[in-house]
Every structure is written in structure tokens, then in C-alpha cells.
Ligand binder design. Structure first.
Ligand code: ZN
Length: 169
């Protein structure tokens, strides 16, 4: 999503875009420009696409409707299942939230699962984040969630299951 924005700015050559370009270039180098485009979408509505995908995926995995996302407690209380500002992979207070950390191949660097994380697709990382946060919601702690997600009953993708097991070490 980020790379396309940069291209727009270059092509249109308008002021604000040109100013922001160096910052975005920097971000792009830290993320994975190609594989994410398929599901995360592009430019101004990119995160709406992510929100839509994550909600749909949680429904497919049979997350209870009232736990598909939660109000943005730190902001205006807007309901969201995908937090574009979060960098941890996900979170849970009263519901399951996936965040932009899933775009970062280095998210689990020096942690269990860190070696396979860069090899997984964003869809697989999202599935793993959903399984982890859903487990954390029910078990109350990150440590318990790591253990529980390794044996999740959710029908997540095989790559996501591999990651959940690796994270439990
Ligand atoms: Zn956790």
C-alpha cells in the first residue's frame, strides 16, 4: 500500500506527496512491498481493505461476532478489527484485533517463531495473530496464549499453525 502511494506522489508531482516521499521510501524498505498488495490493498483506502479482510477472515474462523474487533479504546471508540497504527501484530481487550505489525517480517526477531516469520504470507501471519489474540482473550495472559494457540481449534492455515507452534517453542 505504501509503495503505490509513493508512485502516485511521483507521478502527480504534487507538493505534500513529494515532501512525504522520503519518509515513505524509508517505510517501504522495512516492509514487504509486493506480497502485501494482494490483500491489504492500496493507497488512501488501503486500511479499509485490511479491515474488511480481517473481519471476513475472523468470521470464517468462527470468532464470535462480538469479539470480531473491539472499540478503539485509545481513540474515538471506532470499532475496528484491524489497527493500522499498531505495530505488535495484534491486541485484545474485549475482542480480537490484528494490527500492521503483521506486515513487518522482523516482528518476531530474536523471539520464538522469528526465523519462519519472514517466510510466511501476510494471510498466514494474520491467521496466527487471530489465533493468538483469541487465545489471549480467553486465557488472560500472553504466556498462556502462546501455549493455547499452539493447539488452537480454529481452522487456521497450515503456515499459521506452524508459526503458533514455533511461538510456543
Ligand atoms: Zn500476546
Amino acid at each position: 500500500m505504501v509503495s503505490e502511494q509513493t508512485e502516485d506522489a511521483v507521478q502527480q508531482g504534487h507538493g505534500p506527496g513529494a515532501v512525504e516521499q522520503p519518509v515513505r521510501r524509508h517505510d517501504v524498505s522495512r516492509l514487504e512491498p509486493v506480497p502485501i498488495l494482494g490483500i491489504i490493498g492500496v493507497d488512501r483506502n488501503g486500511f479499509d481493505v485490511a479491515e474488511t479482510y480481517v473481519r471476513k477472515r475472523m468470521r470464517q474462523l468462527a470468532i464470535p461476532e462480538n469479539q470480531i474487533g473491539e472499540p478503539n479504546y485509545g481513540g474515538y471508540g471506532t470499532w475496528r478489527a484491524f489497527d493500522p497504527n499498531g505495530q505488535l501484530g495484534g491486541g485484545c481487550v474485549t475482542g480480537v484485533v490484528v494490527d500492521s505489525g503483521v506486515l513487518n517480517p522482523e516482528l518476531l526477531n530474536r523471539k520464538k517463531g522469528g526465523r519462519i516469520y519472514p517466510e510466511l504470507t501476510v494471510r498466514e501471519r494474520i491467521d496466527a495473530a487471530i489465533a493468538h489474540e483469541y487465545a489471549e482473550l480467553r486465557h488472560g495472559s500472553h504466556a498462556e496464549a502462546l501455549k493455547a494457540a499452539a493447539g488452537t481449534e480454529l481452522p487456521i492455515m497450515p503456515g499459521a499453525r506452524r508459526l503458533c507452534r514455533a511461538m510456543a517453542g
